[in-house]
Write a protein that binds this ligand. Structure first.
Ligand code: HEM
Length: 534
């Protein structure tokens, strides 16, 4: 008995010490090593504290910025929307210091490349396109990882879908999914886009006819983009699409609206209710999507073969494998979540910010209407190829993506040591690429950087005259660049064409200009516009 007891105590103590050792290694020794190697390169940064890293400072600076924004707003100052007696309104597009106040402040003392800490995870902050180019030039898409700390945090939302997959698994998924975005497949989705948008616009007309001219267009467009992605990508009915959409939205709010301590060990225990809630929503969404996939597999409906899910389930013509073998049901569920989320919110935000900027620049509303008339020939035409040829609309789109990039940052984690000239970025380094900072950098864009000037893209349609090719990254960079960008462009042009041919719009006095980050860059209080039928 005595010996058995001693053995049990020994095993218990051994396991306990093993667990403590592992925690110490992953929370302290390994990140400190990475940090030391990075410091050796001469990178500076704010001083971290164990175990919160720079979270405290981030919160303090954010609180201060919010307080000063609210007092400026009361004084009709920097971020406020201002109205003159004629009703003309003006907004400030100088948003970096309000959406990322801590980065903006740290940049002043530490430059455009520095180290900061989220909990026990060191991050290399990058807002220098030259450094980014040097760092990424020799690295293939499949060699980049995504920060494990975010994967963990966002697991209920994306699972291990394409956004999060790595290595050979990422190559396989990207290879299977890419053909689904071919021009022919996109064309087939175009009529669904027109249908869903027309339904939304008919609702707007009904609201206006009942005397309500003020509409929160962000809410409306987000719901419609959700419907479009649900129908076009997965052949979901409007009802099923709405169910998934509502649950994903609830999960996003649960995960990203509250104060979070990403990277802090055991941080999920700080708010167990939220963690449980996100997990429960995640399971419900998975169950719903599994049943949709099952129904899809047994469906003989020809139209369901053409949507994204249908294409993923089709036979591989070369290897004769069915999609079920190409991707497992678990993988399909994760891809559905990834596309549903990544595919509607970003596009809806691009359209919403466009509505805001066009509301404050009525001359551009007119220019676009004129172009639509010239290119499409008649008011109601949304012909896929004609809409694709709307050049000025393309400039407007790029300028909006520059000023208000829906994906405000891009992340990477090194999966091998990376040499940048004489510097070494060690394997495991997390990277945070600040897209908002680069898109608002006067050194890259000139002194008019915060002005809405779509004509920047007239002579340089890809980079808008940016002084560095890596300075304009609305869709990311390299092999991991957004797979849905062509779908987005088509949806953007189709929806905007339909809106502009039916309505003119201006900002409502109810609108409060507060761009904020909730994973994406969004208007914190919706986007209220006053609409007039044409
Ligand atoms: C305005 C609209 C959009 C914006 C601003 C946007 C932006 C981005 C960005 C910044 C990335 C990360 C790229 C990187 O890491 O280098 C990305 C990746 C991705 N996007 Fe988009 N996106 C948009 C629309 C869409 C649409 C419509 C879909 C799908 C229907 C989509 C699906 C994806 C997927 C699956 C990835 C992961 C690609 C990979 O890692 O291989 N996105 N997007």
């Amino acid at each position: 008995m005595g010996v058995l007891f001693q053995v049990l105590v020994f095993i218990f103590l051994g396991s306990f010490l093993h667990v403590i050792g592992r925690i110490l290694f992953s929370c302290w020794i390994s990140p400190s090593r990475t940090h030391l190697k990075l410091r050796k390169n001469g990178f500076g940064g704010p001083t971290p504290n164990f175990p919160l890293g720079n979270h405290k400072e981030i919160k303090r600076i954010s609180r201060k910025a919010a307080a000063s924004a609210s007092s400026s707003s009361n004084n009709n100052n920097i971020n406020a929307t201002t109205f003159s007696s004629s009703g003309f309104s003006k907004i400030s597009n100088d948003i970096h210091s309000s959406v990322f106040p801590y980065f903006s402040q740290w940049q002043k003392s530490h430059g455009k490349v520095f180290i900061y800490w989220l909990g026990t995870e060191p991050f290399l902050y990058i807002a220098d396109p030259d450094f980014l180019k040097e760092m990424s030039s020799g690295v293939m898409g499949k060699s980049w990882g995504k920060p494990r700390v975010f994967k963990h945090d966002r697991e209920p939302m994306f699972g291990n879908g394409l956004v999060m997959a790595e290595g050979d698994e990422w190559v396989h998924h990207r290879h299977v999914i890419t053909p689904a975005f071919s021009p022919a497949n996109l064309k087939a989705m175009s009529s669904l886009m027109v249908e869903s948008t027309t339904r939304m616009l008919d609702k707007w007309t009904a609201l206006i006819n009942s005397g309500n001219h003020e509409i929160d267009v962000e809410r409306e467009i987000t719901a419609t983009a959700g419907e479009i992605i649900a129908r076009a990508s997965f052949g979901m009915s409007y009802e099923n699409g709405s169910k998934v959409f509502e649950k994903l939205r609830a999960m996003q709010i649960t995960l990203f609206k509250s104060n979070r301590y990403v990277g802090v060990p055991f941080s999920k225990l700080i708010s167990p209710r939220k963690t449980m809630e996100a997990k429960k929503l995640g399971n419900e969404i998975d169950a719903l999507l599994s049943s949709i996939i099952k129904a899809h597999k047994s469906s003989n409906d020809a139209s369901s073969q053409k949507d994204l899910l249908g294409l993923l389930l089709q036979e591989d013509p070369v290897n004769g494998m069915s999609g079920t073998k190409m991707l497992t049901t678990r993988q399909l569920v994760d891809e559905c979540k990834t596309f549903f989320f990544g595919g509607h919110e970003t596009t809806a935000l691009a359209l919403s910010w466009t509505m805001l900027l066009l509301a404050t620049h009525p001359e551009w509303q007119n220019k676009l209407r004129e172009e639509i008339r010239e290119v499409t020939g008649d008011r109601e035409s949304t012909d896929f190829t004609k809409v694709a040829g709307l050049k000025k609309m393309g400039w407007v789109m790029n300028e909006v993506l520059r000023l208000y990039p829906p994906s405000p940052n891009v992340q990477r984690q090194a999966r091998e040591d990376i040499q940048v000239n004489e510097l070494l970025i060690p394997n495991g380094t997390n990277m945070w690429i600040d897209v908002v900072a680069m898109h608002h950098d006067p050194k890259l864009w000139g002194e008019d950087v915060n002005e809405f000037r779509p004509e920047r893209f007239r002579d340089d349609p890809l980079y808008g005259g940016c002084r560095h090719k890596m300075g304009f990254l609305p869709f990311g960079f390299g092999g991991r660049m957004c797979i849905g960008r062509n779908l987005m462009v088509m949806e953007y042009k189709t929806v905007l064409t339909l809106i502009l041919t039916r309505f003119s719009f201006s900002i409502s006095p109810a609108y409060n200009h507060s761009p904020a980050i909730m994973l994406s860059l969004r208007p914190a209080n919706g986007l209220q516009l006053i609409l007039q039928p044409l």
